[in-house]
Design a protein around this ligand. Structure first.
Ligand code: GAL
Length: 471
């Protein structure tokens, strides 16, 4: 074979491959597998106690602010309550088996403070301890790693009656609770998270009044912010001293904030929203103090500070939990103190979820990059997911939109990881359709469908997608 014949042959075979449709498809979308994320990557789902457990007054559990808030007519859409929710309290065993069958190896759940300490402090409820022992032991028996969140919004009502997060006494109450949890479960649980999205529960529950306990007021909000920030660090210290080899984090709601228009006034509005939504809790934990310079009304936090607090706000977390759901387009506006507004995404122009949140896979990449500029050791994507209008047809839920959502978001997570960000896990929100706070049961976020009448679980196509992806 001479040189020209050789090149003809190479050219011919290249042409064959280029024209082969499966080759073309593979090139356009190279095989996307979990192996690309590395062997040690954690794959899990996240849930929270109030949203799934039910059994709100069973076996000695005390009332939480969400029990009170949801049973009080008018707060929740369709008058829904979490009294039964997904009945995980009684069905945890089958649910964990199902999770295992979908090939997940990590399960993030929260402890209901008032199930363990019905009055918030003082007398311990042994049946509450037993319940979480059973859940943890079941996880371990199934080869699933438990990730425990200490606080996912369901404060004991007895503590709320004494001022809740607005009272500095919460530092003592929270420490007692964290001591109890770590001493009871720390022999088996290694992954711990202190708070779930402090920005969300302080703004929605203490400023906007749309989540429990329904307060509206700047002073209450600022008090709650400072006390939650103090507990965030103190919780970390308690875990560190009680749990050998603990992997300790806390989670933040992380949303990409962009100016609606490329004008200085829009850019400044975006910066102010960014402070409120993204910077308020992470910066003090890193020893940077509150981001007062970029949002002067935060100076009022001084009112709640005591000597030595600045130091106590710091804790050296092993990882941060990054939770991402939407982007905010900001413009100048009338929201007091922030003087900015959110531009509602237009359903005609962009894809929206049932919550009205824009589907923007690149948003997660950009927000990961933003948070990776902080000196954090490790990032775990501890919540990401979407509610869509799921329909059961002939025993199946073809939620291709959600399937696509996860695939596209995961590709952007991988992109950030490949660029060197130390991302070590991804937790989908959520496992089973559950009680979505003020929205009740209407938005379905699960990869498993729940029939709330019969409590029958039905794996959606997105659940099967994960099963195959994680095989
Ligand atoms: C998060 C929250 C979850 C869940 C999710 C979807 O902010 O931590 O509990 O409700 O949003 O809205």
């Amino acid at each position: 074979m001479n040189r020209s014949e050789f090149f003809k042959m190479i050219g011919g075979s290249l042409a064959f491959w280029y024209m082969n449709p499966s080759f073309v498809r593979a090139m356009a979308n190279p095989e996307f597998t979990k192996a690309l994320f590395g062997e040690d990557f954690h794959w899990g789902v996240t849930t929270s106690a109030y949203q799934i457990e039910g059994a709100w007054n069973v076996d000695g559990k005390g009332e939480s602010i969400w029990d009170r808030f949801s049973n009080h007519e008018g707060h929740i859409k369709d008058k829904a309550t979490g009294n039964i929710a997904c009945d995980f309290y009684h069905r945890y065993h089958d649910d964990l088996k199902l999770l295992k069958n979908l090939n997940f190896k990590d399960f993030r759940f929260s402890l209901a403070w008032s199930r363990l300490l019905p009055e918030g402090s003082g007398k311990v409820n042994p049946k509450g301890i037993d319940f979480y022992n059973r859940v943890i032991d079941d996880c371990l028996a199934l080869g699933i790693e438990p990730w425990v969140t200490l606080f996912h919004w369901d404060l004991p009502q007895a503590l709320e009656d004494k001022g809740g997060w607005t009272s500095r006494d919460i530092l003592g109450w929270f420490s007692e609770y964290a001591e109890l949890c770590t001493r009871s479960f720390g022999d088996r649980v290694k992954h711990w998270m202190v708070l779930n999205e402090p920005t969300a529960f302080t703004t929605l529950g203490y400023l906007a009044g749309i989540h429990a306990p329904g307060h509206r007021g700047l002073n209450k909000f600022l008090a709650a912010v400072h006390h939650a920030s103090m507990c965030q660090a103190e919780g970390g210290r308690i875990i560190r001293s009680n749990v050998p080899e603990a992997h300790i984090g806390t989670s933040f709601s992380c949303s990409l904030i962009e100016p609606h228009k490329a004008k200085p006034s829009h850019q400044k509005a975006a910066k102010r929203i960014d402070v409120m939504m993204n910077r308020l809790f992470i910066e003090p934990s890193l020893g940077m103090g509150y981001p007062v310079a970029d949002l002067p009304f935060l100076k009022k936090l001084d009112k709640f500070m005591q000597p030595g607090d600045m130091e106590k706000l710091k804790f050296d977390f092993d990882f941060i939990g990054l939770q991402n759901y939407f982007r905010v387009e900001a413009k100048p506006g009338i929201i007091p103190f922030i003087w900015a507004n959110r531009v509602k995404p237009d359903r005609g122009k962009v894809e929206l979820t049932e919550m009205g949140w824009e589907v923007l896979p690149e948003g997660i990449y950009k927000i990961i990059k933003q948070f990776s500029r902080y000196p954090v050791k490790e990032i775990v994507i501890s919540e990401n997911g979407a509610a869509f209008n799921d329909v059961v047809a002939e025993g199946r839920v073809h939620d291709s939109q959600r399937e696509h959502y996860f695939e596209q978001y995961l590709k952007q997570v991988l992109r950030a990881k490949n660029e060197g960000v130390n991302i070590t896990g991804y937790f989908a929100w959520t496992f089973v359709d559950n009680f979505e706070w003020a929205e009740g049961f209407y938005p379905r976020f699960g990869i498993v469908y729940n029939d709330f009448e019969s409590q029958q679980r039905l794996v959606k196509d997105s659940g099967f997608w994960f099963r195959d992806f994680l095989k």
